[in-house]
Design a protein around this ligand. Structure first.
Ligand SMILES: NC(=O)c1ccc[n+]([C@@H]2O[C@H](COP(=O)([O-])OP(=O)(O)OC[C@H]3O[C@@H](n4cnc5c(N)ncnc54)[C@H](OP(=O)(O)O)[C@@H]3O)[C@@H](O)[C@H]2O)c1
Length: 246
């Protein structure tokens, strides 16, 4: 089985990389189950995907709530009979030096970027085990590969997930589970909108993203590539960044 006919749940599907991935996979014949908090956006996306001949459904998911991830996985199984892939994409970023002590922002990043992935794993793994196959794809970041000032905590959360997936991979050599960490560089999305409080810094950062960032569809294609491999082939890590990114 390739992408055609696969059942793929995506967190953070209401904008950016998640939305682009939903559109791309649905256009290639996957049935997509979309989760995020902004359900108005999800509903619009489902309508657009279906109008284009695709198959999609959505439910409200706050990844900090384990029961919401369970509902996302349950919806996939109830509606389509199985879950082939969970794309753990939902994420938040707060950019500031550690010495600024943005304790609230740190907690938000840990809750969404790390615990959100763990909640997805808890919901999906039993289904994957029952089926005898499944694929966990997480969206981490080049921030974890090249550590830069103001992104220490964000990078830490992304590297926590990278480590988690490598550990899980080593525990899962029965051929049932595939794990992949995708590391995007700058991508033109809404991520920056809530990342910085200072309006001048936010505008500068937004401009930088707009100048340098790649289109989220590029990451969607990378996600499609890892999903599309035969089940005995696992792409563990994939880095995708603007050619001009340092
Ligand atoms: N843009 C980049 O340059 C870049 C680079 C590397 C990695 N990434 C990673 O890519 C992923 C997607 O981000 P993006 O760039 O596409 O930004 P985005 O447009 O801001 O999308 C973030 C998504 O996460 C969802 N989300 C946030 N908090 C959530 C929560 N508590 N529960 C459920 N969903 C939540 C948002 O949906 P709701 O607000 O509707 O819930 C939204 O759909 C993130 O993990 C990010 O860290 C981005």
């Amino acid at each position: 089985m390739t992408i055609q006919g696969k059942v793929v749940a995506i967190t953070g599907a209401s904008s950016g990389i998640g939305e682009a991935t939903a559109r791309h996979l649905a256009a290639h014949g996957a049935s997509v189950i979309l989760g995020a908090r902004r359900t108005d956006r999800l509903d619009r996306l489902v309508t657009e995907i279906e109008a284009a001949g695709g198959t999609a459904t959505a439910t409200r998911v706050d990844v900090t709530t384990p029961a919401d991830l369970q509902s996302l996985v349950d919806l996939a199984v109830e509606r389509f009979g199985r879950l082939d892939v969970l794309v753990g994409n939902a994420g938040v970023s707060r950019i500031s030096p550690v010495a600024d002590l943005d304790v609230e922002g740190w907690s938000a990043m840990v809750d969404v970027n790390v615990k959100g992935i763990l909640h997805g794993i808890a919901a999906a793994l039993p289904v994957f085990t029952r089926q005898g196959s499944g694929h966990l794809v997480t969206v981490v970041s080049t921030s974890g590969l090249k550590i830069v000032p103001t992104q220490a905590v964000y990078a830490g959360t992304k590297n926590a997930v990278r480590t988690l997936l490598e550990g899980l991979r080593q525990e899962s050599t029965t051929g049932v589970l595939r794990t992949t960490s995708i590391s995007p560089g700058y991508v033109r999305t809404e991520l920056i909108d809530n990342a910085v409080d200072d309006p001048a810094v936010r505008e500068r950062t937004r401009q930088h993203m707009a100048d340098l960032g790649i289109d989220p569809t590029a990451v969607a294609r990378a996600i499609a590539f890892v999903i599309d491999q035969p089940h005995d082939v696992e792409i563990g890590d994939l880095t995708i960044r603007p050619t001009r990114q340092g």
